[in-house]
Design a protein around this ligand. Sequence first.
Ligand code: M6R
Length: 618
Amino acid sequence: MCGIVGYVGPKSTLDVLLGGLRRLEYRGYDSAGVSIIAPGSGLQTRKKAGKLDNLVADIEAHPLPISHIGIGHTRWATHGAPTDTNAHPHLGGSASKLSLIHNGIIENFAELKAELLAEGTKFSSETDSEVAAHLIAREYEILGDLPTAFAKVVNRLHGAFTILVIHEDEPDVVLAARKNAPLVIGLGDGENFLGSDVAAFVEHTRRAISVGQDEIVILRADSVQLQSFAGAPVTFEEFTVDWDASAASKGGWSSFMAKEIADQPQAVADTLMGRLNSDGSVRLTEVDGLSVADIKAIDRIIMVACGTAAYACDIAKYAIEKFSRIPVQVELSHEFRYRDPIVTPNTLIVAVSQSGETMDTLMATRFAKEQGAKVLAICNTQGATLARESDAVIYTHAGPEVAVASTKALTAQITAGMLLALFLGQNRGVVAQETLLQLGQELLKMPARVTKVLENLDDVRALGREMANAKSVLFLGRNVGFPVAMEGALKLKELAYIHAEGFAAGELKHGPIALIEEGQPVIVIVPSPRDADSLHPKVISNIQEIRARGARVIAIAEVGDEQVGHYAEHVIFVPQSENIFSAILTVIPLQVFALELSTAKGLDVDQPRNLAKSVTVE
Ligand code: M6R
């Protein structure tokens, strides 16, 4: 959590910092702040509690001088309430000439703070970050060399952190350190950038370097130096960012979420592009490192993820098991990591994460690697830590997802999961190849079907608005419809702050049916009536059971399902597809329902309360 941006170069630093923070605001929005060094006026800092707009208004009211170096921060509070004083940057030293921003948690801050307090250091905030600012300022006063002082202090810090520092007496350099929190460098012509992710600077450059663990960056307008915490020079590889700035802007939509929902045909198409041939065969060059022998040796797949990404795994599990007959276990990363799970060299770990920075998922994959397992990541962010630390990566090409609620990243993750399932199936050879090729051809049709779903959402929008005062909404599904139901409930909780639960429709009679009373809204994901596993009649029976107890049933069903209308009060139709791929379609009305309901309640759909897009603490 927390967004970090740094700049040194000829542009107006404030414009670069505020533009970067605008794009990083999804990472945290409790407070924001900037520090710049201006010729003649030295270090200038502004910070404000609340959203970035508060900071912008403050700077407009009291303009800052032109400068060519600075750092900016948007905060998701950990230590200390979201107030002006706890906002970053934090100043260090008796003359307050050093400014520092921090993302992460300094676990040994109490002991370091005690040391500083004993020396008489005065603190202005309750944060762990201010401790690092004072320590670096103190070392600089002693050693007289900023990079050396900086390196000495970062070696003393425990926990997870990205730290950026500028100092009034060294007005041409930004120092940065990274340990278990993200940091990327943007390379310009006579200018350079730092960011928590490439969104911070993609407007200015698409040339980037991903900073490794325990590395320090010494950034000047005309040079970039990387070294390890121990001081050894580090070689680095440049990559080209495949997002463009417009992809990270609202582009006329009322919210990022609305735009990202509309981006889904493209996100699905781009994730399939170059990987699925017209005959239905799958080419995943990303997993070339795994030979057919390796694939045949896999005896179990464990998928690890959190939140929406974990529902993508739940959906992929159905396909992987069906197409390859490899047993799949889906685990919430944080539960997996700390329960002494059984992982062997023949276990394939599939870690799914939009950001690639979710600390719970990183910890889970690191643990699995230590046990000798291979890790395959499904990730949306180039240069992300998960991608760097995995043996192979299937990138979802959803483009930048800015809204906190995941939408297009999910449909892209499901698509990648389906590609992986077909790929494993085609290499394991336990299911008829002809069947798998036919399924591959069906998968190619999904982007067009997603477009069709998006064209027919007026009814679901109206329902969302009409149900703005609902106290609770339940969601039901079977098979791939079950994780879709869970996702529908998650979207409603996080965006509309409404009690919502998703259940397996078959589980209803084992308890949850007691929740049904007159007028209780229940959204049911209805499988295709053409489905060979006869799930449809079972779900229709479940609808009848809840209707009999007074539920108001809204069904998401496929076009041509003539039965469902007899039992549900409202039916939202989506195009026909293979049941196994249907989650890519049925989840979209649920996204739109939550968006509409939240908007009708006057809530901020892009930045729901208490949340951050990228959860980089455990
Ligand atoms: O970046 P990740 O995919 O690892 O994020 C995982 C979850 O934090 C994320 O999906 C979260 O649940 C979303 N806010 C849901 O909309």
